[in-house]
Design a protein around this ligand. Sequence first.
Ligand code: I3S
Length: 128
Amino acid sequence: RPPTSVSTPFPSEKCGVLNVTKITEHGKKVRKNWTSSWTVLQGSTLLFAKSQGGGTSWFGGSQSKPEFTVDLRGGSVEWASKDKSSKKHVIELKTRQGTELLIQSENDGVVSEWFRMLQDAISTHAWE
Ligand code: I3S
């Protein structure tokens, strides 16, 4: 039998600059506000910090505090339908708490990689 799982301290860690907006908060529609955010995926948590000057700020650094944190457990990701945004390469992330976010980058490779990582994080932490 193959080994069942390999445990690593940070099974899903990734960071980068993405365009992000909330579209729903606690189940209620909110006005879009696209902002460029330094985005960090760590385990089952996704953190956003304001990105200054195109992503040179380091998340752990003194000037950038997390603005917004998302608990991915019990959430879902899908490719956003055309009616959600006119932008290309848009991920729709729904949380169990009733928050919906759109996550986008002009670079389709970047977005595809985030899509895969978010799906992995959600399935890895589904039963916590
Ligand atoms: O879904 P919407 O309302 O067409 O989203 C657009 C608006 O949020 C717009 O701002 P105003 O609230 O000032 O109209 C934004 O500038 C657009 O980027 C939003 O649409 P996209 O398709 O880019 O997500």
